[in-house]
Structure formats: C-alpha cells, structure tokens
Design a protein around this ligand. Structure first.
Ligand code: CP3
Length: 340
C-alpha cells in the first residue's frame, strides 16, 4: 500500500531520493487557474481563507489539474497580522492593505503579548479536511518575521521599504522587539499547522533581499533560526525561501533547514557547491512560463540536467506562478519534469 513516507518529495527533503525529481510550484493555487477564478467569482479571497471547505477546495484545485508531488495549504502569510489585531483587506488590483500601521515604537505595545489564534481555527479544520482528501504531503507555511514586520510598518507591499528601514535604523532595539513579538505569534501558528497534520513547513521571507548581508544577519537570521529550531523540536522538516536572496544561502546553512528554496539569480549547480548537504528547491524563473512551450521544455531540461542524480533536489519555480500564466505552460513544465 502507498504510504506518505514513499513520497519522492519527502525523500528528496532528506536527500534520499534516487528516482525522478519531485515537483510542486509556489502559488500553484491562484488566479492562473480557471477553476480558481471561477471560485473567486463566488467568494472573496479572505472568505476562502476562513472557510475550511473552501480552503480545502482551493488547495485541491491545482492537484486536479496537474499531477504534482505536494500540496500547499491555501492561506496567506498575512492572516497572522489579522489575528494580532490589525485590519487586513485585499482590494482588487491593490494587493494587501493593513491598518493601522506601526509608526512609532509605542505602537508595538498594542500587539498582544500572548498569541491567540482562535480566529485561525478554520485553518486547522481546513488542514484536517485536506489530509482526508490527498495521498501526497501537505506543506504548511508562514511568512518570516522581517517580511511581516515590513507589512505592519508599510501597511502594504512597498516599493522602497522606506518606512521599514527608517524604523529599523532609527530604533533597532524596538525593531528587534517587534520581530520577537511576531516570532512568538508565528510559533503558535506553526504549532497549529503541525498539530493539524502538515508534513513540511516552508518559511517565506519575501522582502529580506532588500537588506544588506549585515542587516540580514542582524534582523532576519536570528528570528528565522528561532522558527527552524522550534520546528526541529517537533520533527518537522523546514524549507526556507528567502526570495531574491540566494546570495544569503551560506548564512542559512547553519540553521540546518531540510531544504533551501532558491531563485534564479544563482544556478542550482552553484548553490549545490555552496550547500553540499541540504536539499535544494528551485529555481526556474516564472517568466519562462510566458515563453513558447519548446523553450519551457528546454529550460526545465537544463535545470534537470544540472541536478541529474542529485538525491536532494525538488523542482520548483524561483518565485510564485504569475496570475496571467497559461495553464498549458504549467502543464508542459510539470510533464517535462515527470517524463524524464
Ligand atoms: O498556492 C500557494 O502558493 C498557497 C497559498 C499562498 C498565497 N500566498 C495565496 C494568495 C502562499 C504561500 C502565499 C504567500 C504570500 N502571500 C507571500 C510570500 C510569497 C511571495 O509571493 O513572495 C506574500 C508576500 C503574500 C502576501 C500577498 N498575498 C500579496 C502581496 C498578495 C497580493 C498579490 C497578488 O498576487 O494578488 C496576496 C494575495 C494572494 N495570496 C492571492 C493568493 C492566491 C491572490 C488572491 C486573489 O485575488 O484571489
């Protein structure tokens, strides 16, 4: 009988995969899927995130369309800020909006010290439902403290991170306090997901690449370390994705995650040289999915050639699928990997 432990994805995370490369795709569920757009005609994004049946449905949509090797829970890294007491909305075309924002050091005191995740019970139920429906591993996730702090200070996705950097550089002690507080909330969020049954956790640090290496070491690393250490006590494999910051992977190795997810600014071959004994995930530029199908096949094969025989390789994109990507492009990519 098939056991989840036979999963190529879980084997690759332990660097024990001797078969083909497993594949899943960041943002595999989302607007590029016609079935998701149809679901969104009936429900808002946040409505989907807070209804167990809809979380399940949105998680399963990509699996019905492509034979992927892992599922990722349908949710968002920003739901935690709502649990912390901030208002969160996703206005059409505007991306996320958070208010009030953290403007002064005293605003940090408004965040409750004792995390309360009552509002995220639907996420727990959603995870439990999904596990009844799938025979592949389920990935849980959270945002990294720095990325979440930037949203609390900017109130939206920023182009310049001016307010975040001003705050961080003017009040480094208070900024560390904010990061610690966020980390405490994330530990609870991770506990919730692990208890509900996820098999792996990915930490998304989307904005750390805007920092210098020294600021990354000061404001990102210690807090990601805290999350990974906690997950290790729960025997939970961890993937770290610091978007756009493949140059920081040497700094991430000592944290001992199971895998590093890298973007296309570094070849997987170079990454393997820097990180010889950790699983590697990546790294095709999602823009290749706009290219002719023959070019998609060619690029996928180039990556597969580079990682041929590597027992710790997981095929993925270097960042999420863009919403205007054709399904046929994604299908072609997945088939190229599966048919090697
Ligand atoms: O399929 C999956 O990958 C699982 C679900 C998932 C979503 N967001 C769903 C989503 C995951 C893992 C995320 C992570 C996330 N969310 C990140 C980190 C990864 C990255 O992209 O760097 C960040 C920064 C966010 C915050 C966020 N959520 C933004 C900036 C936006 C708006 C931009 C956009 O793409 O619309 C979202 C909304 C969001 N999160 C959507 C989805 C499917 C689109 C919602 C919709 O309009 O239907």
């Amino acid at each position: 009988m098939f056991s989840i432990h036979d999963s190529l994805f879980l084997k690759a995370l332990q660097c024990l995969n001797t078969s083909r490369a497993p594949i899943w795709l960041m943002r595999q569920s989302g607007r590029h899927l016609a079935s998701y757009r149809k679901l969104r005609e009936r429900y808002s994004f946040l409505k989907i995130c807070y209804e167990p049946e809809l979380i399940t449905e949105a998680t399963l949509l990509p699996l019905r369309r492509y034979p992927l090797d892992a599922a990722i829970v349908f949710s968002d890294i920003l739901l935690i800020v709502r649990a912390m007491g901030f208002n969160l909305s996703f206005d059409e075309g505007k991306g996320p909006l958070i208010h009030p924002t953290i403007n002064e050091t005293k605003d940090i005191l408004t965040i409750p010290t004792i995390p309360n995740l009552q509002s995220l019970e639907p996420l727990k139920k959603g995870i439990q439902n999904i596990l009844n429906e799938i025979k592949i591993p389920l990935i849980g996730f959270c945002g990294a403290p720095f990325t979440l702090a930037s949203y609390l200070i900017e109130g939206k996705t920023s182009q310049t991170f001016k307010k975040t950097k001003q705050f961080m550089l003017s009040h480094p002690g208070a900024f560390q306090e904010l990061l610690k507080k966020i980390t405490d909330w994330l530990l609870e969020l991770l506990k919730l997901q692990v208890k509900a049954g996820v098999h792996v956790v990915q930490i998304f640090d989307s904005w750390s690449y805007t920092l210098s290496e020294s600021l990354f070491r000061t404001f990102c690393l210690p807090h990601i370390d805290c999350l990974v250490k906690y997950l290790r006590t729960l025997d939970m494999p961890t993937i770290i994705f610091c978007r756009g910051s493949s140059s920081f992977i040497a700094d991430l190795i000592p944290l001992q995650p199971q895998a590093l997810s890298i973007d296309w600014s570094l070849s997987l071959k170079q990454a393997r040289h820097i990180a010889p004994s950790v699983a590697l995930q990546g790294n095709i530029d999602p823009s290749f999915l706009y290219a002719p199908l023959s070019v998609i096949r060619q690029e996928a094969n180039t990556i597969l050639d580079q990682m041929q025989g590597d027992s710790g390789f997981i095929f993925n994109l270097g960042h999420g699928i863009k919403p205007d990507t054709e399904e046929l492009a994604v299908q072609t990519l997945v088939e190229t990997v599966l048919n090697r």
